[in-house]
Write a protein that binds this ligand. Structure first.
Ligand code: SF4
Ligand code: SF4
Length: 228
């Protein structure tokens, strides 16, 4: 899940300066779960913009804003409002916002900050456990990621600052190396892990921008998304 946070209204209004007719796009997927771009938040933003003197010509909440064809189809259903709009405010992650950029030839403004790829522990509790490094080494660390969960990215053991199992950078967090060690001891992996952890990473898949393009095998399922 892509975790997002709302930008301050002042920042949004500053970005919208000079534009009067605004179309708001939300997202029915991650931003709805994060309570940053669902129905409630789109309506709340509409009221805030109107209170600031803007005209909201339309709103739309695609099922998943980062799916370009899905968002395009959704915006087609608001053709007149889309044509009237001078600017689009997108309450979605940066991927969803850029999907709108790819569809409309008008000004597109992000309404959210995109924070991280998150694991959900409970409703409203998101934690960054993976940073999509494109070269997953979880097998070498008992299934717990030091690339992401150690603030210093220590891959060859703890930094030495850990106190009673807590991280020196953020004492409210467990030191990831304490977690890795405990887990590896329980699963009997520690000896193998201690040997493998010195293996260097080559980072060859982490050059940005990354892409993955393939022919879907399940043509029937992909056709459901093929809405162009
Ligand atoms: S090593 Fe960590 S950051 Fe990289 S893919 Fe695996 S979990 Fe994600
Ligand atoms: S205390 Fe542990 S988690 Fe924190 S920076 Fe050092 S090694 Fe990383």
């Amino acid at each position: 899940m892509t975790i997002t946070d709302k930008k301050a209204l002042e920042e949004i209004l500053a970005a919208l300066e000079g534009y009067e007719k605004i179309f708001i796009v939300g997202c029915g997927d991650c931003a709805t779960v994060c309570e940053t771009g669902g129905e409630y938040e789109v309506e709340e933003m509409k009221k805030a913009l109107e209170a600031a003197g803007k005209t909201v010509v339309g709103t739309a909440i695609p099922e998943s804003a980062c799916e370009v064809l899905v968002t395009k189809k959704e915006l087609r259903q608001h053709k007149e409002a889309v044509e009237q709009a001078e600017a689009f405010l997108v309450l979605s992650c940066g991927a969803g916002t850029q999907a709108v950029t790819a569809i409309v030839e008008k000004t597109v403004i992000p309404g959210l900050d995109t924070l991280f790829l998150g694991d959900t522990l409970r409703k409203g509790q998101f934690y960054e456990w993976c940073s999509a490094c494109a070269e997953c080494v979880l097998a070498d660390y008992a299934g717990i990621c030091p690339v992401t969960r150690c603030p210093k990215g220590q891959l060859h053991g703890p930094c030495g600052g850990s106190q009673e199992g807590k991280c020196e950078v953020d004492p409210e967090q467990d030191c990831v190396w304490a977690l890795i060690y405990e887990r590896a001891r329980k699963t009997g992996q520690w000896d193998a892990i201690a040997q493998r952890m010195a293996t260097p990473r080559h980072h060859k898949r982490s050059t940005r921008p990354r892409k993955r393009v393939f022919e879907p095998r399940r043509a029937g399922l992909s056709a459901a998304r093929d809405v162009e």
